[in-house]
Design a protein around this ligand. Structure first.
Ligand code: PLP
Length: 452
């Protein structure tokens, strides 16, 4: 078979999400209430999320049905294409076969609407009128703005200030779909005012923006909060990516030896990886590699500890690889990869060595992005280019060792709103940032005090 695109029909859109919680080889540590130090119950989450999503969060059913109205919206862009990167393979002169699952064909341009649409649907069903959220580079905010529009919900987005300023067109995109967008830290919440009191020029972070969006939802009755990554139900919604990819790799007759994805909070990586992971639980030799920036190295340099999900320390404690909730990331261009922690499910599997992790500096990532754009045409999102960097390195290793292998990576989105970063790279103005060891040590000492 010598296809370039391996395509499915609309009838192949999955009818159920895959819930990895059903197949975990080790139990997932509970989410802990910071006051009582006891596991939280569904009632604790009720002010923030609709009950349907809370039940998905704790579900251990292997398959959770995708409601028909959600599948109907998925039809706007799903199934997404799987590509064989033949031109890139030729440029690299590698015996490896490289495939990528491309999520940039969605209206917002990334994988994020896979969960945004589902979350908007379940909120609407329970009578919610408005959703609040945070966004980094703007992909999540635009995905939720799009989803809220389709299910007739209001949408308030707290956007990390540095991204709000670096990427004004994402804001316009969200406003085009009717969302209300505020740079964070803002003056609209106690959390925002507190940070601005300490540092009026704070560039913001995902953690701060989460604090603001959570506070807004918790203090308004008709409003719930929506999170674009990290939580179990979000990762589960993203498994449409891996379920489709599995079928497509079967059509190609080429089972992957290594599956690679970039990790911000862990949703696109897990969405692609988890449906293949059950094969690994069953003993098949397949590698999974999570890729993160050196400027935010939660998996490769953080510790596996309980931490808050947000900077203002208002969320429950979750066990994850973390750099500490007080982490302030350098202003790298992969805005979606600047979160201090990672999804508990992904962290558990990484901790037990089902997943490997690697970190890269941003200049080498952009080198890979240019090489890919010049071979394959698609201009990758800076986040996705982290996965691409590792895919290229795997292909080069295959060449060095003279051993072919099948590589599958997630191309989680396009970079059409990140051309400022490409401009900086082309002009040689992009800087590398490695996170200082001392900052990690300080954060870990602080975390010791809050362990249950
Ligand atoms: C948000 C985003 C990411 C990182 O988030 P995950 O939850 O780790 O997937 C990666 N790629 C793109 C294109 C994104 O928009």
């Amino acid at each position: 078979m010598d296809a370039t695109k391996i395509l499915l029909g609309e009838g192949d859109i999955p009818k159920a999400w895959y819930n990895v919680a059903a197949d975990l080889p080790v139990p997932l540590p509970p989410v802990i209430h910071p006051g009582t130090k006891q596991p939280i119950g569904p009632g604790d989450l009720a002010p923030l999320f609709p009950m349907a999503l809370i039940l998905q969060e704790v579900s251990t059913e292997r398959e959770v049905e995708i409601p028909e109205p959600v599948r109907e919206v998925y039809r706007l862009w799903r199934p997404t294409p799987l590509y064989r990167a033949r031109r890139l393979e030729r440029v690299l002169d590698t015996p490896a076969r490289i495939y990528y699952k491309y999520e940039g064909t969605s209206p917002p341009g990334s994988h994020k609407p896979n969960t945004a649409v589902a979350q908007a649907f379940f909120n609407k069903q329970e009578g919610v009128r408005r959703l609040t959220t945070e966004t980094g580079a703007g992909q999540w905010g635009s995905a939720l703005a799009f989803a809220c529009r389709l299910f007739d919900l209001q949408c308030t987005v707290y956007m990390v200030r540095v991204s709000y300023e670096q990427k004004p067109y994402r804001k316009v995109m969200m406003q085009t779909w009717g969302a209300d967008v505020t740079p964070s830290p803002s003056e609209r919440t106690n959390a925002g005012r507190m940070i601005r009191g300490r540092d009026p020029n704070s560039p913001g972070s995902l953690g701060i923006a989460i604090s603001e969006a959570v506070e807004d939802a918790a203090t308004h009755d008709d409003t719930k909060y929506s999170l674009g990554s990290v939580l179990n139900h979000v990762l589960m919604h993203q498994t449409v990516v891996g379920l489709e990819a599995k079928k497509q790799m079967e059509m190609a007759g080429d089972p992957p030896d290594v599956i690679i994805g970039c990790v911000g909070g862990g949703s696109n990586f897990s969405g692609l990886a988890f449906p293949f992971m059950s094969e690994k639980f069953g003993g098949r030799k397949v590698r999974f590699v999570a890729v993160e920036p050196e400027a935010c190295p939660s998996l490769t340099r953080g510790d596996y500890l309980y931490d808050f999900g947000d900077t203002a320390a208002t969320t429950p404690l979750i066990k994850m690889y973390t750099l500490g909730h007080t982490f302030m990331p350098a202003p790298i261009h992969a805005g979606g990869l600047r979160y201090h922690g990672d999804a508990p499910l992904l962290c558990l599997l990484y901790h037990h060595k089902y997943i490997e992790a690697v970190a890269y500096q941003q200049r080498t990532v952009f080198d890979a992005a240019l090489q890919f754009a010049r071979a394959e045409g698609i201009i990758p999102a800076p986040e996705s280019a982290h996965a691409l960097r590792k895919a290229i390195d795997e292909a080069l290793e295959a060449k060095k060792e003279g051993r072919p292998r099948t590589i599958l990576f997630g191309l989680s989105g396009h970079g059409h709103f990140d051309l400022g970063a490409y401009e900086a790279h082309l002009a040689g103005r992009l800087e590398d940032f490695a996170y200082p060891e001392e900052a990690i040590n300080t954060a870990m000492r602080e975390l010791a005090a809050i362990q249950p």
